[in-house]
Design a protein around this ligand. Structure first.
Ligand SMILES: [Mg+2]
Length: 278
């Protein structure tokens, strides 16, 4: 088991109870929120400020109480079944794919790339994306360790949520096929989607918990870890193949607090680092 923090993946913005510095990471999260999201999240953020000052004045609680775990779906709760590189090539064309890839070392944000295309071109792109996603659904399998992890979280009454950039019908199929439900489960119909912090802040609001009482678990540095860190939550990167060990990811803006190679490792990380008492 590889349990971080390590030299490469130092916690970047731990809540005050765990941080040696008083980095105002919730101020950062506020700055990153779209102005339209502010009324919705203002209660969470003001509550956060209060709790933060309470935590700062107390050294009795070395571990943060964990209230919820938010999962990514594709490649995290399910075995990777979508050939994203092939999808991006089909949407962008070989030349454009190579150009954009060279400018985005941590990965291509395909939804962002097509955002300003003409409606006709965009419609065709979404059809291509939907084709690849449909093929992925046919091969959909639950990730080893996912059901066991969910069972352990349930035994501690820790909430489980889901955020995906895939469509709602894919989430419905996941719930139906594997009999494990996540609530809230936000798909790309919820705007703005990951890596924006809005979906994670929305889940915290529904649960009535603070972002720093939640951990985001996902296999994407640019979407899941970025979303989690921007919201002020803890993050755990699932890196089955060690691809994020590559030097090209050394200088990314958002780094995970923890890194695992399988979901089977997640629960022990939670037990060691958080207070899981109900
Ligand atoms: Mg994923």
């Amino acid at each position: 088991m590889r349990c971080l923090p390590t030299k490469q993946f130092q916690p970047q913005s731990l809540p005050p109870s765990l941080s040696t510095t008083n980095t105002p990471h919730f101020t950062t999260a506020t700055n990153l929120l779209p102005s339209s999201s502010m009324p919705l999240f203002s209660s969470i953020l003001s509550k956060t400020a209060t709790t933060r000052s309470l935590l700062m004045s107390s050294s009795r609680s070395p571990k943060t109480r964990l209230r919820g775990v938010v999962f990514d779906m594709d490649g995290t709760l399910t075995v990777p079944a979508i050939d994203f590189a092939a999808m991006y090539r089909a949407v962008l064309g070989e030349h454009e794919y190579n150009r954009i890839k060279s400018q985005n070392p941590s990965g291509i944000d395909i939804l962002h790339e097509i955002e300003n295309w003409t409606p006709q071109k965009q419609r065709k792109a979404f059809e291509t994306i939907a084709d690849y996603e449909r093929q992925g659904l046919d091969r959909l399998q639950i990730m080893p360790g996912a059901a066991e992890l969910c069972g352990l979280l349930d035994s501690k009454n820790i909430r489980r949520g889901l955020i995906t950039r895939n469509v709602k019908s894919a989430v419905d199929l996941f719930h139906e096929r594997f009999g494990i439900t996540f609530s809230p489960a936000l798909s790309r119909e919820f705007r703005p989607y990951k890596p924006d912090p809005a979906p994670l802040l929305h889940i915290c609001s529904v649960w009535d918990v603070l972002p720093n009482e939640v951990i985001m678990v996902g296999d994407s540095l640019k979407d899941d870890v970025a979303c989690g860190k921007r919201a002020g939550a803890f993050t755990c990167l699932l890196d089955e193949t060690g691809r994020y060990d590559s030097p090209k990811y050394a200088d990314v803006e958002h780094k995970p607090d923890f890194k695992v190679t399988s979901l089977a490792e997640v629960y022990s990380i939670l037990e060691v680092n958080f207070d899981l008492s109900p």
